[in-house]
Design a protein around this ligand. Sequence first.
Ligand code: PDD
Length: 278
Amino acid sequence: RIAYVNGDFLPLEEARVSVLDRGFLFADGIYEVSAVLEGKLVDNESHLIRLERSVGEIQLAMPETRERIEEIQKELIARNSLVEGVVYLQVTRGAADRDFAFPKGVKPSLVMFTQEKNIVASPAAQKGIAVKTLPDIRWARRDIKSVALLAQVLAKQAAVEAGCQEAWMIEDGEITEGGSSTVFIVTKDDVVVTRPNSNAILPGCTRKALLALAEERQIRIEERAFSVDEALAAKEAFITSASSFLQPVVTIDGKQVADGKPGPLATRLREIYIDFAR
Ligand code: PDD
C-alpha cells in the first residue's frame, strides 16, 4: 500500500511523521474519511468543504487547496488500485517542541492513506446491526471533525464487547449520534427523523446527501432529537456514514426494533444512496 505524507507518496511502512507531531501529542488535528466506489470518490466536495470548516474552527489554514487535495486523493486511489473502500486524510498543526499554545512558523502536516472495504456487498447492511447505548462523554464541539476520538474508541469497544457493531451516545436523555455515524429513526407514520445539526454532533456528509435525496422523493423528514425509548418504539432505525453509507439498526441494547429486521424505508434509502454514489 502507498500512503501520502507531506508531499511524498511512500510505501505505507515507510510513511512517517515526527513523534513531536501535534496530532500525536495533543490530537491537535482534523480528519476526513471519503468513500471510494468503483474507483471514484463519493460526494467528496462535501468532505472537503467540511474539512475547510473544521481546520478554520481550530485556526489552522488548509495545507493545500481543495483542488490539490482531491488530486492527491485521486492519485492515491490510482496508486493503490483502490476499487471500493475509503481514503483517510488528516491535517495536524505540525511538529514542534511540546507546548500547548500554537507554535510559530510550523507547517501543518497532511497525511493520507487508503483502506479497502466492501461497502455495498456488506453483510451488516443486509442483516442490520446491533447497537449499544452509552453516555456521551465527549467535548462540546463535536461539529469539528477532530482526531480526538478517545471517547468514541471507548464507546465502540464497549459496543463490540457487548456483541454490537455501533455505539449510540446519549446526552440529556436523547441520542446525539453514533460513535462514527449519524442516527435516524422512521416513525409509525413514515417520517424520517434525525437530530438537527448543532455543536452536539458532526454534520454528516452522508446525512446531508441522504436528506436531499429523500426530499426529492417526497419522503417526509423531521429534524429533531429523540430518545432511546422513541427509537425502540419506532418502525425502523438506521445509521449513515461515509464508510458504511446506510446500515439498518435491528436491535438497541438487545431489544428489537419492530420485527428485528431491516426496515423497507431504510432498505430503499440505502439503494437510493448507492445509486447516487455510483
Ligand atoms: N465517521 N458522526 C460521527 C461522530 C462520525 O465520526 C461520523 C463519520 C459521522 C458521519 O459523517 P459522514 O456521513 O460525513 O461520514 C457522524 C467517519 C466515517 C470515521 O470516523 O470513520
